[in-house]
Design a protein. Sequence first.
Length: 372
Amino acid sequence: MAAGPAIKTNLIGLDQAGLEGYFAELGEKPYRARQLLQWIHQRGVTDFEQMTDLSRNLREKLASVAEIVPPRVIREQCSADGTVKWLLSEAGGSAVETVFIPEETRGTLCISSQVGCMLNCTFCSTATQGFKRNLSSAEIIGQVWHAVNTLADGRFGDRKVTNIVFMGMGEPLLNLDAVIPALALLRNDLAYGLASRRVTISTAGVVPGIDQLADGEEFALAVSLHAPTDELRERLVPLNRKYPLEALMAACQRFVRVHHRRSITFEYTMINGVNDGRAQAKGLVRLLNGLPCKINLIPFNPFPGTPFQPSTDEAIYEFQKITRAAGIITTVRKTRGDDIDAACGQLVGQLLSPSERRRVVQEQLARQALTA
């Protein structure tokens, strides 16, 4: 029986080290990686034939064994506030959502690291939908490539991506094999050249992942906290049963020591009558005592079937007043893109059953425990 066509390597997700290794396998010089990084990520070129500083023989060789394939757009939605959401097609019929949030002095791109999410946080639409699979580094960085090149055509005005946040679908620290090369590309001056403070990874509290990242690329860390006690947090964030607050806070302390006391952002979704009282605010102050940090209060964004409601403006103000009085910088996130379901916690996709999700998350956590 005749063999099928060889599968080509998608070079869009290879960082500089990965590209250097790839060119070495082809018998080419390592400096070719530098050229290709700039063609792909700074010039947005996907056709090898247009890479004119590569020899014709190399261009033909690359065309036969490799490709540069960004995700395909299934749907584009624009919010009244200028937020743009793309539903992007990935391999195997999967789809993920990516959101661009324009602001006066910056443009933040919220990217996904998984199709769905494993963690089943009870206040998050993405998590309650289930999980399908991890994204590859090509699929992660492909979201950035798409946004950068789409914004460059001027359809949305003079907008550009200045900040990246791993706050879309999925738990980034359960997909580090793909996230780490993506981080390297985001920071590399030959690719996107973003400063460390402009790249933020958000985690629900995967302790081994926090420790593993502490020695790698510089970036900002955000922890989805949402409660000041184990009892309440286990109701909202089931991962807390595996990594309770004592272990999580210890990992955060280690992170700031490694990164020379870089501040951590703690995200706290404000849910009416659940975690937004004075007692919870004071408990949060005690929990974070002595840790360089700031708090980002996020008004809960409702979705169909949820039992929760957003906190009142008065409750959010009172909560903020208590934490600020303790000397903790506390901001309130402005809800953006909720008219197109692009706000925090509203992204959804094509996913696995709850039983399959539990199996996969246990496998990922066991793997991290072995490598920690």
